[in-house]
Ligand binder design. Structure first.
Ligand code: BEZ
Length: 337
C-alpha cells in the first residue's frame, strides 16, 4: 500500500516536471517577433559589391535575420544582375523581386516628385541630408509610388555628386561650356548641366569607363564612392568635389507583399531598412576625407569650386521645377533656407 502511494506521488512529480519542461520548450521555440511566417526575399540593385549601397543591402539582410529570429532571409542581386533599373522596378512592381535599391534619378522618370531631391545644394552635408529622410515631405514623395504597386520604404544615401574631368581643370560653371559630359539619364540632372552650357550625354553606369577612356565624353557627374569602386581615377585627371546634389537610392518593396504582412512583420521590415539607411549615411559621411585622399594618392587632382558660382544655375533649377509639381514646391519650401 505504502509502495503504491509512493508510486503515485512519483508519477505526479514526473508529470509536473514534464509539463514544465514542455511549456518552457514551447516558449523557446517561438520566433523572436512577428507572425511566425518564413520568408526568403530577393533584393536587386545596380552597384558593384564594394559600393556602399551593396553594403547597406548586406546590413539590411543582417538586420532582417536578427530582428525576425531567422525567419526573414534575403538574397541580394547586385551589379545589375537582374537587368537595368527599369527591369528591376518592373520586377518589383510585379512581385517577382521583393525589394530594390533604385536610384531616385531613375525613379524621377516614373514618379516626378523624386526630382525634388536633385535641387542643387539643398543640404549642407550628408548628416543634414540623412535627417531629411524623416520629414513629412520625404515620406509623401515615397507615397507617390503606391499607384505603381510599390511601397516606398526609405532612402539610402551614399555620398553626394561630384564632377570628374578627363583632362581639363574646370574652375567655374562656365568652363563646362561645350564639354561632352556624362550625366545619368534623368531630366533634372541633365537640365542643370545644360544650363551651364555642357552637352549632357545619357550614359548608364556600365558604359561610362570606356566612354571617358576613349574620349567620347570629357567628364562625368558621379559620386566619390563609385569613382573609387569603378576606378574612374584611371581615366579622369581632375575631380571637383562640389557635392552639388544628393544621391538617394529609393528603398522599395512590392506593395502587395508588404500590405499582406502582419503589423509586427511590417515593423521588422521598416526598422531593418531604417537601420541599414542610417548605417549607410553615417559610414559614408565618415569616409569623405579618406576617399578624397585615396583619389589624390591615385594621381587625381582633387579640388573644390565655390558654391556661390553656381547661384544663377540653382535659381534657374528652382524656378523651373518648383512649378512642375506641388510636392517639389513643398520640398523646396521645406529645405531652402
Ligand atoms: C550613376 O549612375 O552615376 C550611379 C548609379 C548608382 C550609384 C552610383 C552612381
Amino acid at each position: 500500500m505504502r509502495l503504491r502511494s509512493f508510486g503515485l506521488t512519483l508519477l505526479i512529480f514526473v508529470l509536473i516536471l514534464t509539463s514544465a519542461a514542455c511549456s518552457s520548450g514551447k516558449t523557446d521555440a517561438k520566433p523572436a517577433a512577428g507572425s511566425g511566417e518564413k520568408y526568403t526575399f530577393k533584393l536587386a540593385h545596380i552597384t558593384p559589391t564594394d559600393h556602399m549601397w551593396h553594403k547597406a543591402a548586406e546590413k539590411f539582410k543582417e538586420e532582417l535575420d536578427k530582428r525576425s529570429g531567422g525567419r526573414m532571409q534575403l538574397e541580394i542581386y547586385p551589379a545589375s544582375q537582374l537587368g537595368t533599373e527599369a527591369d528591376m522596378v518592373q520586377q518589383i512592381s510585379s512581385g517577382s523581386v521583393d525589394f530594390g535599391f533604385i536610384t531616385a534619378a531613375y525613379m524621377s522618370s516614373r514618379a516626378p516628385a523624386f526630382t525634388a531631391w536633385f535641387a542643387p545644394y539643398a543640404f549642407k552635408d550628408l548628416e543634414e541630408t540623412n535627417a531629411a529622410r524623416d520629414t513629412e515631405i520625404a515620406k509623401k514623395i515615397l507615397g507617390t509610388l503606391d499607384s505603381q504597386g510599390i511601397k516606398g520604404l526609405d532612402y539610402v544615401f551614399a555620398g553626394n555628386r561630384v564632377m570628374l574631368f578627363k583632362d581639363k581643370e574646370v574652375k567655374k560653371p562656365e568652363d563646362m561650356k561645350g564639354l561632352a559630359f556624362r550625366v545619368t539619364p534623368s531630366p533634372p540632372l541633365q537640365d542643370f548641366y545644360k544650363s551651364m552650357g555642357a552637352s549632357p550625354e545619357s550614359l548608364p553606369l556600365p558604359e561610362v569607363y570606356a566612354a571617358i577612356q576613349t574620349g567620347v565624353i570629357d567628364g562625368m557627374d558621379m559620386d566619390l564612392d563609385a569613382t573609387i569602386t569603378n576606378k574612374y581615377y584611371e581615366v579622369a585627371k581632375y575631380g571637383a568635389v562640389t557635392n552639388h546634389m544628393v544621391w538617394p537610392a529609393v528603398a522599395m518593396m512590392n506593395k502587395a507583399k508588404y500590405d499582406k504582412m502582419s503589423d509586427a512583420d511590417k515593423k521588422i521590415i521598416d526598422e531593418s531598412i531604417k537601420a541599414a539607411a542610417d548605417y549607410s549615411a553615417k559610414t559614408r559621411a565618415s569616409q569623405e576625407e579618406e576617399f578624397k585622399k585615396t583619389l589624390s594618392d591615385k594621381g587625381m587632382k582633387i579640388y573644390e569650386i565655390d558654391q556661390k558660382l553656381f547661384e544663377p544655375y540653382i535659381k534657374q533649377f528652382d524656378e523651373k521645377y518648383s512649378s512642375t509639381d506641388p510636392l517639389i514646391k513643398e520640398f523646396m519650401d521645406t529645405f531652402r533656407k
